[in-house]
Design a protein around this ligand. Structure first.
Ligand code: ZN
Length: 146
């Protein structure tokens, strides 16, 4: 398990240093902010929703390595998904990081599964997802993890 753990760590460090899909994408038509007061993480998620499909998703913000890496990995995972697929992925991801029962194999997102051992960091890992969810459902504005 230690090799796997090291690999996971490397992916998180890489995504924190070089976040993917960082910035406001061209033609974004939804956005929402997330704030995790426990850690100070802030994120804004931008979304271009076309015919119920996540045509583009990106983020801006600053926070700890977990929150940034999670937002970066999330954008990669959600691009091209339908709204229903995206909601499903969020549920599975939440189950994984909360360690509550079994979840589907989430591919690259599995690198964040170690978070379940650190309950205080679960909010860091789910922050961008909550903001995405608010943007997707057209709520906009700001969501707080507390
Ligand atoms: Zn954090």
């Amino acid at each position: 398990m230690s090799d796997l753990r090291e690999l996971y760590q490397e992916v998180i460090v890489d995504h924190n240093r070089n976040p993917r899909n960082f910035g406001r994408p061209e033609g974004a038509n939804r956005e929402a902010q997330g704030f995790n007061p426990l850690c100070g993480d802030q994120v804004t998620v931008f979304l271009r929703l076309e015919d119920g499909v996540v045509a583009d998703v990106a983020f801006e913000g600053s926070g700890c390595a977990i929150s940034t890496a999670s937002a970066s990995l999330m954008t990669e995972a959600l691009k091209g998904k339908t709204a229903a697929e995206a909601e499903h992925l969020f549920e599975e991801f939440h189950r994984m990081v909360a360690g509550s029962g079994s979840h589907e194999d989430l591919g690259k997102l599995e690198v964040l599964s170690g978070v379940k051992e650190f309950p205080a960091r679960i909010k860091c890992a789910t922050l961008a997802w909550h903001a995405f969810d608010a943007a997707l459902n057209g709520k906009g504005g700001s969501v707080k993890t507390e």
